[in-house]
Design a protein around this ligand. Structure first.
Ligand SMILES: *[C@@H]1O[C@H](CO)[C@@H](O)[C@H](O)[C@H]1NC(C)=O
Ligand SMILES: *[C@@H]1O[C@H](CO)[C@@H](O)[C@H](O)[C@H]1NC(C)=O
Ligand SMILES: *[C@@H]1O[C@H](CO)[C@@H](O)[C@H](O)[C@H]1NC(C)=O
Length: 290
């Protein structure tokens, strides 16, 4: 295990220190950044002041931390890489089609958040960021905050920027919270959501045209693998059912639970929030509320 870790880390840029990942291996509570986002914090860099490059026909922000986040995603999320890149681009296209929202979003927070939103989603319990029990969104948020804090530029980010990345990643599958949070946070949600919603009858498109979408799909094909993959052994059902099978504790009380229907032997009974107290009291809950 130690030799393995050294091998992994030696292939990374020097700025990644082993120490910053030590805490990831434990099952202790998530070290989320402590300070709340200030109401009048330092403003993010104005979008036009940041360098850009063209990717799949889309102008995307191009700074060292954004480039390094992409390399980090490729190294640690090979299975979800194309999905991740598409989500970033769906997110950027969403902003391009809504100038009001674009003016409220920090492009580096948005890029890092979307590219690292599934950094701990690999179906691999030996993966350095995958815990045995935490939700994959939380594992990903912790790894992303750690990446930022270990980065020469990220070190200087005020806490509220790290917090927005953390929240955007941890809540990226929880619209009932996310949609009421800061634009940085719900813009990250939409980048991922458009991957699934766009092709659904009546789904959201946020102004993205078929032509724009096709350019992204040519650059980062949806050819199986990852949560957005197509095919019998791919796609979201298959992707999430893995957590029900191998990290069941992370699934019983939330949106992932129903994906367990396709996993033989999986049952939330006994793990539901009410099971403990009522079972102890001997209450028969069937038909409790008429
Ligand atoms: C654009 O974004 C703003 C700010 O989030 C939102 O209020 C507005 O509804 C959006 N416009 C469209 C057309 O979606
Ligand atoms: C799982 O992760 C470990 C540690 O990063 C790695 O050595 C191994 O190759 C991975 N297994 C698969 C099937 O990708
Ligand atoms: C629980 O209540 C239901 C509905 O009233 C009843 O059919 C069932 O037999 C009860 N189960 C037990 C273990 O008493």
């Amino acid at each position: 295990m130690r030799a393995l870790s050294v091998q992994i880390f030696s292939s990374l840029p020097l700025f990644l220190f082993l120490t910053s990942f030590k805490l990831l291996a434990t099952a202790s509570p998530a070290p989320s950044p402590q300070s709340p986002a200030p109401a009048h914090g330092p403003p993010p860099p104005t979008p036009s002041s940041l360098p850009h490059r063209i990717l799949a026909g889309v102008p995307v922000v191009d700074t060292p931390i954004v480039r390094d986040a992409q390399a980090f995603a490729k190294t640690y999320s090979p299975g979800a890489y194309n999905h991740i890149m598409r989500c970033w681009l769906w997110g950027v296209l969403h902003l391009q089609h809504n100038a009001t929202l674009a003016a409220q979003v920090d492009l580096e927070v948005h890029a890092v958040g979307l590219m690292l939103h599934d950094i701990a989603s690999e179906h691999n319990l030996s993966h350095p960021f995958v815990s045995p029990n935490r939700r994959f969104e939380v594992d990903s948020a912790i790894a992303a905050a750690s990446f930022i804090r270990s980065h020469p530029d990220g070190k200087n980010w005020p806490d509220w920027r790290v917090q927005r990345v953390w929240d955007g990643i941890a809540l990226h599958a929880e619209p009932k919270f996310t949609l009421y949070k800061e634009p940085d946070v719900f813009a990250i949600y939409w980048g991922n959501e458009l991957e699934f919603s766009y092709g659904r009858p009546g789904g959201e498109r946020k102004g993205i045209t078929e032509e724009e979408r096709n350019r992204v799909l040519i650059e980062f094909p949806n050819d199986g693998g990852g949560p957005g993959g197509a095919g019998p052994n791919t796609g979201l059902l298959w992707f999430i059912a893995w957590y029900c099978k191998y990290k069941p504790e992370s699934t019983y009380d939330n949106w992932m639970q129903s994906y367990g229907d396709v996993v033989p032997g999986y049952s939330p009974v006994g793990h539901r929030l009410y099971d403990g107290a009522l079972a102890t009291a001997g209450v028969n809950v069937t038909g409790l509320v008429q």
